[in-house]
Design a protein around this ligand. Structure first.
Ligand code: FAD
Length: 459
């Protein structure tokens, strides 16, 4: 008489509906995590290391009773269910293209042994696919989605904790796949946030007490610590968005409403990816297939300069170096560097998206691919392609004193104030070691608009 709680991207014990379902199903449960090579490979060292940290913390909270195995879930999960005699395996539903398919396969192989896969909750306040237009079709534009999403509403946080379930000691299981333990941290050059549920709740409380009031005013300023840094904790489910939304509902400030809208963007993109799994790799707006993109050696060289943060455009370079140093980048700067890659370098957005996914500790397929497509103009209610970010004025506007650039580009550390955004204008010339701009923004802007004519013609 037992069940299995299979943790995936919900690495927490509070506000965890799977635990309630498990406690209802059987008196004892085995806590399981499967190291799936198909997911770990593309995760990159920063996300893998963060994940291992979360697992260590979860294991400690479970009194050392987390069973960690390695393999294809379709193979190992049914074998574990058998080894503990489980009639049910409990999960939070996954809505990513890979996760959904994996769960269907696991469900079938469990069913062959008479075991049921039980889904309770998801990583979202409202599960993707639930918020629909009056005619039942999916939303393609954010604002009406956000309204319908808020009208739909969500449950109060589930009241759960480590003792909601009585945990089975994995040493007691009879056969089945071998425990492999939690892998060691990898060598990561970036400084990573503290992993785990306790760290997520600490960071969230700190933001609620200190930052949320000013969020509306400072969220666009990369030079200030104005954002919550919750993305990585949401990605791994160290906190559930419902907990966040319930706390925000108790706040009166306009900023709390702004923050809720950002959470809604995360839910919107998950919904869009759920409706259109192909949009992870392809233009959401297929007319953009006609946009001519650069290729060959020149394109590779420009891409390398972008990745290394040596384009000669200070705000772009600062962003790309923040990505390397922190495995994270401020949202405003993500938009600036993405726009630069697509509209100044004429490279395919998916090159940039792939690089982000390798480095970002909060790398999330739905938010990342659609953040990129939004900037590239090919996404849902995208910023129009012809509205082209000027990297110099963006820098001057959102990093007005140049502090952000100087923090990440030491070669420019001696240039005071906002002059740092145009080092080529200095009397003494560009400081040693910093490159000349690799392109002329005015010229590339015209080039981008000329290329866009092909998209218009394809409509
Ligand atoms: P806050 O400003 O404090 O926002 C609070 C939360 O709202 C975030 O943690 C996040 O969960 C959500 N959120 C905010 N903005 C967005 C948005 N535009 N889209 C979706 N959710 C949002 N976010 C990711 O979580 N993973 C990604 O891989 C990712 N890639 C991106 C790529 C590009 C090109 C762009 C333009 C945006 C991307 N974003 C991504 C969205 C956004 O940049 C990050 O969520 C944000 O910078 C995380 O920092 P924060 O937690 O301090 O944000």
């Amino acid at each position: 008489d037992a069940c299995v709680v299979w943790f995936r991207r919900d690495l927490r014990l509070s506000d965890q509906p799977t635990l309630l379902a498990a406690a209802d199903a059987a008196p004892r449960a085995l806590a399981l995590f499967v190291l799936d090579p198909r997911l770990l490979g593309p995760s990159g060292p920063a996300r893998r290391t963060f994940l291992y940290g979360c697992l260590r913390e979860l294991d400690a909270a479970l009194g050392g009773k987390l069973l960690v195995v390695r393999g294809d879930p379709a193979d190992v999960v049914p074998r574990i269910a058998k080894a503990v005699g489980a009639a049910t395996v409990h999960i939070a539903a996954d809505f990513g293209p890979y996760g959904r398919e994996r769960d269907e396969v696991v469900e079938k192989s469990l069913a062959a042994d008479g075991c049921e896969l039980v889904r309770s909750g998801s990583p979202y306040a409202v599960a993707p696919g639930r918020v629909t237009k009056g005619d039942g079709g999916p939303f393609k534009v954010f604002t009406p989605f956000r309204r319908a999403w808020a009208d739909h509403g969500w449950r109060a946080p589930a009241e759960t904790g480590p003792r909601t379930v009585e945990w089975i000691d994995p040493a007691d299981k009879d056969g089945g796949p071998r425990a492999v333990g939690i892998p060691d941290d990898e060598k990561v050059d970036a400084e990573l946030p503290e992993p785990g549920e306790a760290a997520a709740l600490r960071r969230w409380t700190e933001f609620l007490d200190g930052g949320v009031e000013d969020y509306g005013g400072t969220r666009d300023r990369p030079d200030k610590p104005g954002t919550s840094r919750m993305s990585v904790y949401l990605k791994y489910g160290c906190i559930h968005p419902r907990t966040i939304l319930a706390d925000l509902a108790r706040q009166r400030s306009a900023s709390a409403g702004t923050y809720r809208t950002e959470i809604a963007w995360r839910e919107f993109y998950a919904d869009v990816l759920h409706q259109r799994p192909d949009s992870a790799r392809k233009n959401y707006d297929r007319a953009f297939d006609a946009l001519p993109v650069a290729s060959g050696k020149g394109a590779e060289e420009r891409f390398a300069a972008w990745k290394e943060g040596r384009t000669g455009f200070p705000i772009v370079d600062a962003g790309m170096r923040q990505l390397r140093e922190q495995a994270w980048m401020h949202n405003r700067v993500r938009m600036i560097v993405a726009s630069f890659l697509v509209k100044d370098l004429h490279l395919p957005w998916w090159w940039g998206a792939r690089y982000f996914m390798q480095l970002l500790v909060d790398g999330d397929l739905a938010s990342n691919q659609h953040g990129w497509q939004w900037t590239a103009g090919s996404g849902t209610d995208a910023s129009p392609y012809f509205r082209i970010f000027n990297p110099i004025t963006q820098g001057e506007r959102f990093d007005p004193d140049g502090d952000y650039v100087r923090r990440f580009v030491p070669e420019l550390g001696g240039i005071p104030g906002k002059q740092v955004h145009q080092p080529w204008k200095l009397q003494d010339g560009i400081p040693d070691g910093y490159p000349e701009p690799i392109v002329d923004h005015k010229v590339e802007r015209e080039e981008a608009l000329a290329r866009y004519e092909r998209v218009k013609a394809a409509r």
